[in-house]
Design a protein around this ligand. Sequence first.
Ligand code: ADP
Length: 490
Amino acid sequence: MKPNHKRLSIKWRLFIYLSIFVAATLLLLWLFQVVLLDSFYKAIKVENIKFSADNIAKNIDDTNTNLQELVKKIAQNNDMCIIVADETGKWLYSAEVMPGCTIHRMSLREFFSFVEHAQSKGGTYLEQSKIGNMKGEYHNNNNDRFSRIIHPPDRGMVESIIYTKLVTQKDGTKIVILLNAIITPVNATVQTIRVQLIFVTIIMLAFALILALIISRKISKPIIKINNSSKELATGNYNVHFDSSGYKEIGELGETLNYAADELSKTENLRKELIANISHDLRTPLTLITGYTEIMRDLPGENTPENLQIVIDEAKRLQTLVNDMLDISKLRSGVNELNISEYNLTESVRNILKRYAKLIEQNGYTIKYIYDSDVIVKADEIKISQVIYNLMNNAITYTGKDKLVIVCQSIESGKVKLEIIDTGEGIPQNKLKDIWERYYKVDKEHIRAQIGTGLGLSIVKTILEMHNAPYGVQSDIGQGSIFWFELETK
Ligand code: ADP
């Protein structure tokens, strides 16, 4: 088999997948860290300021809370300036953490304008504006009320958010909460992150390549090993061993291939045996036939019915042998389809057993058929008859000195069970599984079967499996064997 050069190796495929993963991760990072950072930051700041205002509003009526402390704490933690004032603009609580905060330098007029806006907007008002950078430049002389406006000079624009919230106290008086936060420009940060991300991209890609190399080596090593063993198997070396160490899937594949190699080697051994057996089986009757016919041709006195019978018997034996081989190859190749019909199984068995009458008469065999009533089944009559013939032939061949074979038919819960019982040597437990295999013979030196090709039970198995019929064998050494199968009754 030629290797397929058009396909990508695991290494490159993995590298591509990992690169896609890295690219997607970095893209997300770019998106969040660079493109959306500014708007995220603003949104968080706005949320923060609103949350802080709500927090103060919640505690405004609570006499247990030290509001000045709370306002200070919130201002410090969130880096924002806070003023809580009454309606007239008088500061009740104030916290100034940013130098140059806008609300602490607001004129009374501006204060009222914020209050008005808040009133018209249902109690809250958010204003976002660009202002000059006022770091530490200005002082408000008056530190308990809004006095005068002081505009700082324009030293780089910063964005400022002022949030106004109106709260009505229990006694009806109105309180104004003003919060002010500065949005620090993120441009410099974004620039830094951008450079960092370029480095990260290069490092991650190199890392992906190294990782792809390591992983692919780890993954492909056992695959390459199995591939090499498979190539050997393909050349006919069935003793090859597949390494089933490594990860689970490869382990399972290795085990499956070991099993397959084992089975192939078994079949190969059986095939070799069969050729030896069959050539022996074919040669014996052929030698007898040529021998006897030559004697009968050359010596007229030898032309006796007995000698002719030997020729006929041997020819029949050859015929059975050839038929068996043809049957099994046809069954296995699936050429033979089932021809299902309803028929009387009991009658069919009776007819089959009649054919053994001569055997009973001449060789002293006893064949008993035990049954209660006739039973109708739906099956392929010819094939099931072949099953019975094969089992009967085996039983007759292998039964004990009493030459007894019993066929027992029993019906139970919609099924008919046919048992073919002999009183022979039995089959060792460890061979019970193998006897159903093609060309298998338990004892090669065993008395020669009447029709012994080692194919009989394999034909039985194939036919019964085609019918989905349960079958099996029970055997005790020295006691005999019971071969059985079941069919659905009509
Ligand atoms: P064969 O043509 O050799 O009988 P089978 O496939 O019919 O081939 O049987 C396979 C082997 O199983 C036989 O060679 C025999 O060793 C064993 N066997 C089959 N039936 C019996 C039986 N009734 N008693 C003992 N051994 C049996």
